[in-house]
Design a protein around this ligand. Sequence first.
Ligand SMILES: Cc1cc2nc3c(=O)[nH]c(=O)nc-3n(C[C@H](O)[C@H](O)[C@H](O)COP(=O)(O)OP(=O)(O)OC[C@H]3O[C@@H](n4cnc5c(N)ncnc54)[C@H](O)[C@@H]3O)c2cc1C
Length: 437
Amino acid sequence: MSGKPLNVGVIGGGALGLSAAYRLAQAGARVTVLEREDVVGGLAASFPVGGAYFEKFYHHLFRSDRVIASLIKELGLGDKLVWKKARTANLVGGRICQMDPVRLLTFSALPVADRLRFFLGMAYLKLQSDYRRFEGVTAVDWVERWMGKETYEVVWRPLLEAKFGEHYRKIAMPWLWSRVYCRSLSLGYLRGGFHQLYVALYQRVKSLGGEVLTGQTVDRIEAADGGRVRVVVGDRWTEFDRVVCTLPTRLFMKVTAGLPEDYRSQYDWGDFHGAHCVVLSLDHRFGDFYWLSVNDPGFPFLVVVDHGNFMPTEDYGGQRLMYLGNYLPMSDRRFTMSDDELLDWYLPYLTKINPAFDRSWVKDSWVFKAPFAQPIVTVEFHRHIPPHETPIPGLFLANMFQVYPQDRGQNYSIEMAYRVADLALKAPLAPGVQVGR
Ligand SMILES: Cc1cc2nc3c(=O)[nH]c(=O)nc-3n(C[C@H](O)[C@H](O)[C@H](O)COP(=O)(O)OP(=O)(O)OC[C@H]3O[C@@H](n4cnc5c(N)ncnc54)[C@H](O)[C@@H]3O)c2cc1C
């Protein structure tokens, strides 16, 4: 064949952008990834600690995350993917209650009749494979009706409120269904960190002739002559035959010129929370759980994730790493407080969980923040998810705000990456352009 290879720009070097770039490059396209940060991985990126890399925000997999598991194998990392039953618990009324299916029936924070309704409700959701039957119903209404008001107040309301703040009453039941249906007791982790997955994708894209450029903030996307798409970074611009944009929808709308008003009013929609995580390096074991959802009001964080009870501490030079995590509106003062102020506020609450905890256990700490980390999945959300094809020919949108009804996750970003790469490859070509080299 003669002619120029398909020239594709991918905006964003997270799970979605890198996986799309990999599939496009495998199909013979010439790919350029433009990533704003200095490292790839996006929300799943890591930082160096104890001679290893550790995710800035807690990450694990569920058994249903088959697409990422198969990509991990494809990239030669399969022997590092480990599965474990990690201990998960809830803090209720100052007590740590374990929450596996059997223990639901002995969950003393609820009266016996409510425990039974809770158990049956969970069993029903686990067996119900079609989320569409919950469409249009809020999680609050469904849970109150079928699991009871007490279960809602003790178990679900704290979770919904912690994750979605003032929007909690409007959250769609399909989202809550997915939290039960798609999740497994056994959790997966890429021993040594998910960093290895993103490094491997980066290397594959490069070895297939692609480029991954970091420190590149895309300021503008617009249609160019000949059906091409122009991408502007600072005072330089590049034209591509196709562009796959993986920025959150709100950000995409902000940087893209020439989108019709009716498209904007339909899809430039919805709210999100940012992620905020304090990571502590401890020289003592804090508790015996991996995951502790904090259901007690007044705590300044919603979850404690003790990675030292999941993966061996030797992987991190002997350090016990523990997250104190939150989803918050970007206007929350935690996003602007100094690290010392945060620690002064947070650490006394650890004593309420483990009275033996002492500040001297903390040997190091880091604070990570990210906007656009959690879409607010209200009942109307699904009507405002844009299609991957945009009104600008050759420009495709794929991001975690288009994941529905599942809670966003690396698996769904990778699955979407393959879909959008296929669409970009199949779209009509300009004369003289061919997909393969
Ligand atoms: C606290 C937290 C916990 C999580 N836990 C899990 C978990 O346990 N398991 C799991 O699988 N998933 C988890 N996730 C979700 C997972 O991290 C995301 O679903 C996934 O990483 C999203 O990848 P993405 O590529 O779609 O988006 P992103 O990672 O957001 O990638 C978008 C990329 O675009 C870049 N970018 C933004 N603006 C520009 C610009 N103007 N120009 C160029 N580049 C730009 C960003 O820097 C980023 O790298 C968690 C997320 C958070 C925040």
